[in-house]
Ligand binder design. Structure first.
Ligand SMILES: Nc1ncnc2c1ncn2[C@@H]1O[C@H](COP(=O)(O)OP(=O)(O)O)[C@@H](O)[C@H]1O
Ligand SMILES: [Mg+2]
Length: 352
């Protein structure tokens, strides 16, 4: 590691470098010099096909955020390499980067109270506000068609047609559910294509463990893990947060009676998101509940597609794990459909 660290312009000499945090994608290390602390990361080549493009996105977004706020804890800060870049590729082809360590902060794996969930909404709403005027179009689409739902449906149809493991038969009601929602599920993509909704910078991994909270006040400091930052719609980030954050159970719960979309949590997140986001016009506001529904549909569709294809993408711990996951998402979508008018009312009432 010494060799890697020598390529970065650190203050002081590295004295300790130890594995850090609970990230699942990159290898993360805490580095200490006699003067300060840093985060060193080896980027996952398995997860990311275009690391130089990804790093250009991270650099552009962090520089833009830093220019708006003097507080060093308000965003990630990349440490330059000795040749003026922001990442280093070693002899084995591994990619490395270094950030300032965000001091006196907390990073939770899951909310311990609705207030933590609220703070994650404040962090991601604030991210939207700060990047409102950023030219989202200039970012690389490092994972092409990530939330292109019609494209997800094309892949689903192909898997269903091929049915390589003969699993379609066991998933009759689930298949029927997704087939009946195909038209509805394309709504966001249509709004994006016609320009009816503004193109925004989206984070695409809005879990609480990608938010830093102040260790004392437990209030949102900033958003981290910008590896999946891309051009998209505000409804993607909002919707995915609701999908997993407002559900009353885990993604793979088998007792479906335990799964619903909690309206209290929906309200909590929407309030935090919109307050931090600042103003939002009518069309974008109306897209938020739609985002919750479509992100849930899309995710369920991906679980079911992976089930049909033989569980290549999502790792499974039991047979039918992906089918179970698809079922919770279906349950959530159905629940949102029943609560649709209330979700829309809540969204409007949280508007500033
Ligand atoms: N700049 C930072 N300061 C303090 N802790 C950090 C910083 N960056 C990352 N971490 C910690 O490392 C963990 C993993 O980092 P993250 O970038 O989210 O990687 P992954 O993509 O593997 O999830 C985070 O959940 C957080 O606890
Ligand atoms: Mg992370």
């Amino acid at each position: 590691m010494e060799h890697v660290l020598s390529r970065f312009c650190l203050q002081g000499r590295p004295q300790r470098c130890v594995p850090y945090g609970q990230g699942h994608i990159n290898r993360t290390y805490l580095v200490e010099t006699e003067r300060r602390r840093y985060i060193l990361q080896r980027l996952s080549r398995a997860a990311f096909a275009n690391i130089p493009g990804l790093m250009e996105n991270v650099q552009a977004v962090t520089a833009y955020l830093a220019a708006q706020n003097d507080d060093p804890r308000s965003c990630l800060h990349l440490i330059p390499t000795t040749d003026g870049g922001c990442w280093y590729r070693d002899a084995e082809g591994e990619y490395w980067r270094v950030y300032d360590f965000i001091e006196d902060s907390l990073c939770l794996q899951a909310p311990e109270s609705p207030e933590d969930f609220y703070q994650s909404a404040v962090a991601f709403g604030g991210f939207q506000r700060q990047l409102r005027s950023f030219p989202a179009r200039t970012l690389h689409e490092t994972i092409p068609d990530f939330h292109n739902t019609p494209d997800r449906y094309r892949k689903f149809h192909a898997a269903l047609e091929a049915d390589p493991l003969g699993r379609a038969e066991a998933a009759g009601p689930e298949l029927e559910f997704f087939l009946s929602r195909e038209e509805d599920a394309a709504a966001l993509q249509r709004l994006r294509q016609t320009g009816a909704l503004p193109l925004r910078v989206t984070h695409n991994d809005t879990k609480l463990n990608n938010v830093m909270l102040d260790a004392v006040t437990r209030k949102a400091l900033c958003v981290i893990d910008l590896d999946t930052v891309m051009p998209g719609l505000a409804a993607y980030d909002f919707g995915d947060s609701i999908r997993f954050g407002a559900s009353t159970g885990p993604e793979d719960e088998t007792d479906l009676s335990r799964i619903e979309m909690d309206l209290g949590l929906y309200e909590t997140y929407t309030r935090g998101f919109l307050q931090a986001c600042g103003g939002m016009d009518e069309a974008e506001l109306a897209s938020l509940p739609l985002g919750a529904k479509i992100m849930t549909l899309e995710c369920g569709l991906r679980f079911l597609t992976d089930y049909l294809e033989g569980d290549h993408y999502f790792s499974i711990h039991r047979p039918q794990h992906n089918l179970d996951r698809a079922r919770t998402q279906i349950r959530l979508v159905r629940d949102m459909e029943t609560k649709w008018d209330i979700m829309n009312d809540i969204t409007r009432s949280c508007r500033l």
